[in-house]
Ligand binder design. Structure first.
Ligand SMILES: *[C@@H]1O[C@H](CO)[C@@H](O)[C@H](O)[C@H]1NC(C)=O
Ligand SMILES: *[C@@H]1O[C@H](CO)[C@@H](O)[C@H](O)[C@H]1NC(C)=O
Ligand SMILES: *[C@@H]1O[C@H](CO)[C@@H](O)[C@H](O)[C@H]1NC(C)=O
Ligand SMILES: CC(=O)N[C@H]1CO[C@H](CO)[C@@H](O)[C@@H]1O
Ligand SMILES: CC(=O)N[C@H]1CO[C@H](CO)[C@@H](O)[C@@H]1O
Length: 431
């Protein structure tokens, strides 16, 4: 977004990467955008710690934080010199320390919903509040978020309610670093999350800048899916649970049977393990030859990283079964594709609340977190049918698309903020 508006942009990419999808994606990105500089940043070797069994993506965050000081010589020799640094939230605390040595402003980028971010911002107070038993919330209870109202405890990721979990502890300790930043860039837009954006502004952390939905960039080759091209308009349901987690074998089987029973056409991106490098199983071994034979004309299963945006933009796609990772939600919003929400972990239940509230999708709340219980094939078939035939849902998803388009127009709520930000950086340069 910055580069296409005339800014000189350097992207710091860390090595080693965690997933193949990540390294492939970066290579494609820089090949398409020769005007964007790539600064390769080699992390210090990771020291084995008590967290070695943790999620490989969390470990990567730790590694980056432990290596940030090494960026100093790399950044101080950049030409032209820096006007601002944009840092992902989990590295903001350390990057802010580094940036103070250059007197360069830091902006944090938040890639979750504004609603979930209000919860994160409220966490330190929640932990402080000795009247509530932080670790022993009843799943049917609610917590009150100032200026936002009640939030169901069942929607809050359990690790955040465990004061001793390193993630909750670190969020709490790192929220305060946002006071030292110049602003928070969020991938959302006013008309989508007006209440939560307002709540964040009242909270007074720092400048809140909802500049979404983030623009896509051309990721190279289009998805070559001749089968999809042959399908009727809005007749195919797309199923993908993102690049972070995989369904259990049992749940995969129920989903396969549910899809078959739904009688809907489907395009399913299958994932059998957390990190794609470990994913060696073949589709036929996971789903069985007979399932593939029976559904040969009804659906298509692929097992690789796909260009999700390209698929969601395809005229044949009429619904999206999604874990509600926030990037997926924003892509669906921008393209007006109705969602059936089935959250897996982290911010995704709170994101599903947003999706439901704004009329972008349905949420089978009773299914809980993926993996919490086995959801049967009949329930799945029923919900998928509902997603695909509900006309009022389809219409309200289209309204969301129109609002997203307006936000991104010149002088729209998001575009206006981006332009204002660039102007303010330019005016500082002149001084
Ligand atoms: C809660 O307890 C902690 C430690 O016992 C104390 O430091 C803190 O001030 C208490 N918070 C409030 C709001 O009373
Ligand atoms: C259809 O979608 C709307 C939201 O647009 C929702 O309120 C309604 O409950 C849905 N109908 C069914 C049968 O799911
Ligand atoms: C955007 O706003 C500016 C300042 O109000 C105005 O001069 C300009 O004409 C507007 N542009 C469009 C396309 O509306
Ligand atoms: C998860 C996270 O962001 N943790 C960081 C919080 O901030 C401290 C420094 O203040 C870092 O050391 C943590 O890694
Ligand atoms: C303040 C705090 O609890 N920070 C923790 C962040 O996470 C690291 C490990 O990843 C812990 O060592 C810190 O104590």
């Amino acid at each position: 977004m910055f580069a296409s508006r005339g800014c000189t942009v350097t992207v710091i990419t860390v090595l080693p990467t965690v997933s193949t999808a990540e390294s492939d994606h970066l290579s494609t990105f820089f090949a398409i955008h020769p005007n964007i500089n790539r600064l390769e940043f080699h992390l210090l070797p990771y020291k084995k710690s008590k967290f070695t069994n943790e999620d490989p993506f969390f470990i990567q965050i730790e590694s980056i934080n432990n290596s940030v000081h090494l960026l100093y010589p790399l950044l101080s020799s950049l030409s032209p010199s820096l006007s601002a640094i944009v840092a992902d939230f989990p590295v903001t605390a350390t990057v802010t320390q580094l940036a103070s040595e250059f007197s360069v402003p830091v902006y944090t980028v938040i890639t979750t919903s504004a609603r979930f971010f209000t919860l994160m911002a409220h966490l330190p107070q929640l932990a402080q509040d000795n009247s509530t038993k932080f670790d022993k919330f009843d799943a049917n209870s609610y917590i009150e978020i100032p200026s936002l109202g009640p939030m169901a405890v069942s929607s809050i990721p359990p690790i955040m309610l465990n004061k001793n979990h390193f993630f909750a502890a670190n969020i709490s300790s790192n929220i305060s670093s946002l006071f030292k930043t110049k602003g928070v860039l969020i991938n959302t837009f006013n008309q989508f999350e007006s209440e939560a954006i307002e709540a964040l502004r009242l909270n007074g952390l720092t400048q809140i800048l909802p500049i979404g939905p983030f623009e896509s960039f051309d990721t190279g080759p289009t998805e070559n899916l001749p089968w999809l091209d042959e399908q009727a308009q809005e007749s195919v349901v797309f199923i993908s649970f993102g690049s972070r987690t995989a369904l259990s074998k049992d749940q995969t089987r129920e989903l396969a049977n549910g899809l078959e029973k739904s009688n809907c056409k489907f395009l399913w991106v299958l994932k059998a393990s957390k990190v794609d490098r470990d994913d060696k199983e073949e589709i036929k071994d996971i789903l069985g030859e007979s399932f593939l034979a029976r559904t040969e004309n009804k659906g298509m299963v692929i097992k690789r990283w796909v260009n999700q945006e390209r698929i969601l933009a395809h005229p044949a796609i009429g619904g999206f079964v999604s874990h509600c990772g926030w990037n997926s939600v924003m892509e669906a919003a921008r393209l007006g594709v109705p969602i059936l929400a089935w959250p897996q972990h982290g911010d995704q239940c709170v994101n599903a609340e947003v999706v439901e509230k704004v009329g972008l999708g349905l949420w089978a709340r009773g299914w809980g977190w993926v993996g919490e219980k086995l959801v049967g094939e009949n329930e799945i078939a029923e919900k998928i049918r509902e997603l695909m035939v509900n006309k009022s849902l389809r219409a309200s998803a289209k309204e969301v698309k129109e609002k997203a388009r307006q936000a991104r127009e010149i002088n729209g709520s998001s575009e206006g903020l981006v332009q204002g930000l660039i102007d303010s950086l330019k005016s500082k340069e002149k001084i």
